[in-house]
Design a protein around this ligand. Structure first.
Ligand code: DHB
Ligand code: FE
Length: 312
């Protein structure tokens, strides 16, 4: 069966009423988006001859996704976060805002309000063992001038690929810190090398990925927000080189410039300088921020984030 009804007045009028286009009340922008989205869904049903069975399984899938709070987990897997980045990159290019460290997706697992310290922070609570990591770098402007007092907000997963707050077994703000850069624009974090992240194996996100023949894994990665007055807020991540998923990230967040080679340090005197026993791994990530006088570009965009209040 392959019937065509999208062109009929009946369907056109239905869509207009669905989106409230014949009502004065409501929000014009929401109406325009709903009208377009519903049109495109109807069109998909027509073009692909979607059966009622397929349609209802999709509806109940959305219920399941919401029940588990996984909608924002699925979005990166479907390339939506990456697509928004592609658009923001194109907008920057159009506005002549070139250069600086590339952005990549925020992901759904940020928690606002991590402890803030100056120059240095220890991020792990010492409960897990694992390979000690010294994560360090310099924040500069485009000319290479150090940016003192920049805020480097870092978060990453533990050895199981899980994030504190979302994983209630971890202590509050474990592996989450904000560090203010020193007079040379430098930050130093002591933490543990994170493991890669995998979508909850029995969750709704993974269920759809299975139907697409895809895995739900991310390489070991470390998230960053970096901001400094007079500069564009940066949302980015680094991916550790050598992970099997470095170039096969289900969330499409890897960018060549953001793949970082970790360095194993065996010299005990270097370890002692950080109060670490035994060898450790050093990861360096320097950040270049682009200057802007537009206040709205100096802060992260609004989004529903855990524990976020008005203060950013
Ligand atoms: C997802 C998880 C992450 O840790 C991340 O950085 C991005 C996306 C996810 O589950 O979709
Ligand atoms: Fe992540």
């Amino acid at each position: 069966m392959s019937v065509k009804t999208m062109h009929t007045a009946e369907v056109r009028e239905l869509l207009e009423k669905v989106a409230g286009l014949n009502q004065d009340a409501g929000d014009a922008r929401v109406k325009a988006i709903v009208h377009r989205v519903m049109h495109d869904i109807f069109q998909t049903i027509e073009d692909l001859d979607v059966t009622p069975q397929e349609f209802w399984s999709a509806v109940y899938y959305i219920n399941e996704l919401g029940q588990n709070g996984e909608a924002a987990l699925l979005a990166p897997g479907l390339g939506m976060d990456r697509y928004l980045d592609i658009r923001m990159d194109a907008e920057d290019a159009q506005a002549g805002l070139h250069g600086g460290t590339p952005r990549t997706i925020e992901g759904p697992l940020y928690v606002a309000g991590a402890p803030l310290s100056e120059g240095f922070a220890r991020m792990d609570d010492g409960s897990e063992g694992g390979e000690s990591m010294i994560l360090t770098g310099q924040v500069t402007d485009e000319q290479g001038n150090p940016l003192a007092n920049a805020i480097v907000d870092i978060w990453h997963a533990n050895l199981k690929g899980a994030y504190s707050y979302f994983d209630q077994s971890q202590s509050d703000y474990n592996l989450r810190r904000r560090i203010k850069t020193d007079s040379q624009g430098r930050y130093v974090a002591r933490s543990i090398i994170p493991c890669g992240y995998g979508c909850p194996p029995d969750g709704a996100t993974q269920k759809l990925l299975n139907q697409l023949g895809r895995h739900g894994n991310r390489p070991a990665h470390i998230h960053y927000f970096v901001c400094a007055p007079g500069h564009k807020h940066l949302t980015t991540q680094i991916n550790l080189a050598g992970d099997p998923y470095t170039f096969d990230d289900f969330a499409f967040a890897t960018r060549d410039e953001l793949v970082v080679q970790a360095q194993r340090i065996e010299d005990p005197s270097e370890a002692a300088a950080y109060d670490i026993q035994g060898p450790f791994t050093r990861v360096e990530f320097n950040v270049q921020l682009v200057s802007t006088d537009k206040p709205q570009l100096q802060v992260r965009h609004e989004r529903n984030r855990a524990l976020e209040t008005d203060a950013v």
